[in-house]
Design a protein around this ligand. Structure first.
Ligand code: ATR
Length: 301
């Protein structure tokens, strides 16, 4: 089976971790819970295709133990790891060196255990940008972008990436305003020329503001459950818009369905999952081309 499931305690020794396996575990995704992660389905086929003798495994790590997990993986000679919910902030703090883009996004999802440093990166931003380019054929640069649910970790990270990518205008919308006001202040400080607006999801002006944006993105958790409503009212959508949901399960959320009904172009988070994975693999193995193997692995389910 791809992506064997371990616990932090299994990182105690090579004997324990690799019992019953010829190939050593040298890459992992850590999270809590992590059993559902699709990452092994992408990374193992890419490793196999490249002829790299390494298993990519899942390791469940409780909150507060990320630094310990890194220390143990380093000691066992791991190449690196991916980091998923809820550890992306703790991972940033546990790295001895952090890529400037990841530092601004406030989150790390990819780690390299180098000789002298544990280095943190964030491939969610570049993965999102590649997914938007693939789905809609446009770069983020110069776009008017609205992020719905910008108060969570994913929203903050994508907002920071949009700002760095040179969007023309950024609208942050959220159920509660406190978190996005803090985020807007932070972004304005780092990107003085960028107009950053803040809006409640309940604001009566939201639909008209949204219709004025070319790219609408859902980063809220609204839509994960099949019966969830769209985080934006149906009047927010119009033809000519590009509408992206970071959720990929279910594949057609109420957000995307409402956008399609209004004639907008839509894409879900499946391609972002793929592209953040491609970027991570290339950080571990510069010059590699894992895209085809990863696509196949994901499609095989
Ligand atoms: P995190 O990613 O940091 O774990 P989360 O609790 O999963 O955060 O929430 C992600 C986003 O979904 C947040 O923007 C959250 O809005 P708040 O900041 O107001 O909590 C949003 N969200 C979650 N449930 C929601 C709901 N029922 N309606 C609207 N937005 C919601």
């Amino acid at each position: 089976m791809t992506g064997d499931l371990y616990h932090l305690d299994d990182l105690a020794s090579r004997e324990r971790l690799d019992a019953g396996h010829e190939i050593p575990a040298r890459l992992a995704v850590i999270g809590c819970p992590v059993a559902h992660s699709a990452s092994p389905r992408m990374h193992q086929p890419a490793l196999d295709q490249a002829g790299i003798a390494a298993r990519y495994v899942k390791v469940e790590v409780e909150p507060g133990r990320v630094a310990e997990a890194f220390r143990r993986m380093r000691e066992l000679g791991f190449i690196g790891c991916n980091v998923t919910v809820p550890h992306k902030f703790e991972a940033l703090a546990a790295c001895s060196r952090v890529d400037p883009a990841a530092a601004e996004m406030g989150a790390v999802n990819t780690v390299v255990f180098g000789e002298s440093a544990t280095c943190g990166y964030n491939t969610d931003g570049p993965g999102f940008e590649a997914a938007v380019a693939e789905a809609f054929g446009l770069p983020l640069h110069g776009l008017d972008v609205l992020i719905a649910g910008a108060g969570g970790g994913a929203g903050g990270a994508l907002a920071a990436h949009c700002a760095r990518a040179g969007v023309k205008r950024l609208v942050l919308a959220n159920r509660s305003l406190d978190k996005i006001e803090a985020l807007a202040t932070h972004l304005r400080g780092h990107h003085p020329g960028l107009p950053v607006e803040v809006l409640s999801l309940a604001d009566p002006d939201l639909p008209s503001v949204a219709r004025g944006c070319r790219l609408l993105v859902n980063t809220s958790s609204v839509g994960l459950k099949a019966q969830d409503p769209s985080p934006l009212p149906p009047e927010s959508f119009s033809t000519g818009q590009m509408v992206f949901d970071t959720i990929y399960q279910p594949p057609l959320t109420a957000f995307l369905a409402a956008a399609r009904a209004a004639g907008a172009e839509t894409a879900n988070g499946a391609s972002m999952l793929l592209h953040q994975g491609i970027h991570a693999f290339r950080i571990w193995f510069p010059g590699s081309d894992p895209a085809a193997a990863m696509r196949q692995g994901l499609a095989a389910g």
